[in-house]
Write a protein that binds this ligand. Sequence first.
Ligand SMILES: *[C@@H]1O[C@H](CO)[C@@H](O)[C@H](O)[C@H]1NC(C)=O
Length: 354
Amino acid sequence: MYKVYLVSSFLLGLLVLSQAQANDNKIGFYELKKGNFRLNLTNYGATVVSVIVPDKHGNLADIALGYDTVDGYKNDGVYFGALVGRVANRIGNAQFTLDGKTYKLPANDKDNTLHGGPTGFGDVVWTVKTHKEDSHITFTYHSFDNEQGFPGQLEVSVTYMIIGTNKLGVRMIATPVDKPTPVNLAQHTYWNLRGHDSGDILSHTVQIFGSKITPVDDELIPTGEFQEVKGTPYDFLEPKEVGSQIHDLPGLYDVNYVLDPSSPQHLRKVAIVKDNVFGRKLELWSNQPGVQYYTSGMLKDTKGKGGATYHQYSGIALETQGFPDSVNHPNFPSMIVRPGQTYKHYMVYRFTAS
Ligand SMILES: *[C@@H]1O[C@H](CO)[C@@H](O)[C@H](O)[C@H]1NC(C)=O
C-alpha cells in the first residue's frame, strides 16, 4: 500500500513538473525596471521588445525597434530584438565540415544560412527560468540534436540584467551535451537613440573600436581576408556620423569589425553611439572578437510598435559575436565548442545623456 502511494505521488510529481514546464512555454511579455530605466522582453526568441531611457532633458523614449504583438515577432524577417543562434550571421553555402563530417544546413538567405536557419533561436519559445523585476530575467532553451542541421544537443541560457544606473548586462551561456558544435549567439536589437519612431539614424555619431573589417562578397560571405578601415568609409575609429559616407558603399554597412584587443580580464570596448539632438548615448562592451555593424539598409515599410513604420536606416544593430562564417575559415577564431567546454558571451550596454 505504502509503495503504491510512493509510486503514485512520484508520478503525480512528474505530472505537476511537466505541467509547470508546459506553462513555462507559454509566450508572455516580461518587464525589468529600475528608476527611469525600463525594459520589456518576451520569451519568444528571448527578445528585447522595448528599452526606455531618459534623454538629456529627462524625457523618456523607447529606443528599440519592435512590434506590439507576438504575431509581429513571429512574422518578422529582420530579427528585431531577437537572440539569434545557434550560429548568428551567415554560413556560406549552408554547410560546414567538423571533425571530418560535413553538415548540410537549411538555406534561408540565398544559398546561405542566416542567424541559425529558417527557425533559429530567435524563432523558438524559450523557458522563463527566473524573473525578478528590478534585477534580471533568465531564459533557457534546450536545442535538440540536428536542430536546423546542427550537431548535438545544446543547453542555452540568456540573462538580461539591470546593473547600477541605466546599464544592461547580457550573459549568454551554451553547453554542448553530446557532440562538438559551432556556437555563435548574438543580440539583434536595432537602436534609434532619438526614439524608435523618430525617423532615420543617419545623423547619429558612431565610434567603433575595430581597425579592421572582414570584407565580404556580394552575398555578404566573408572572403577570409582582413582589411584596414583607416581612411575608408568603414573608418569609425573616431566618432563620425553614420550617414557621412554611407552612399560611397554598395553594402550600406552590414559588415563585421575585428575588435581591437583589450587588456586581459577586461571586456573589450565595442562602440559608442550618440544622438546629438536629445543627447542619448549608448556605450557597448563585450568579450567577443567581432561586432556586426548593420545600419538597417534592408528595412522597408515595416509596421512596428504604436503605429510606427520603420524604413531604411531606422535603426542601428551592433551584434557582438564571433566572425561570420568562421566554420569555413580556419584563419578566423574558432567558434567550435566541445562537450565539457562552455560558450560564454557577455555584453554591457551603458545609457547616458548629455
Ligand atoms: C510589453 O510589450 C507588449 C507588446 O508590445 C505589450 O503588450 C505589454 O503591455 C508591454 N508590457 C509593458 C509592461 O510595457
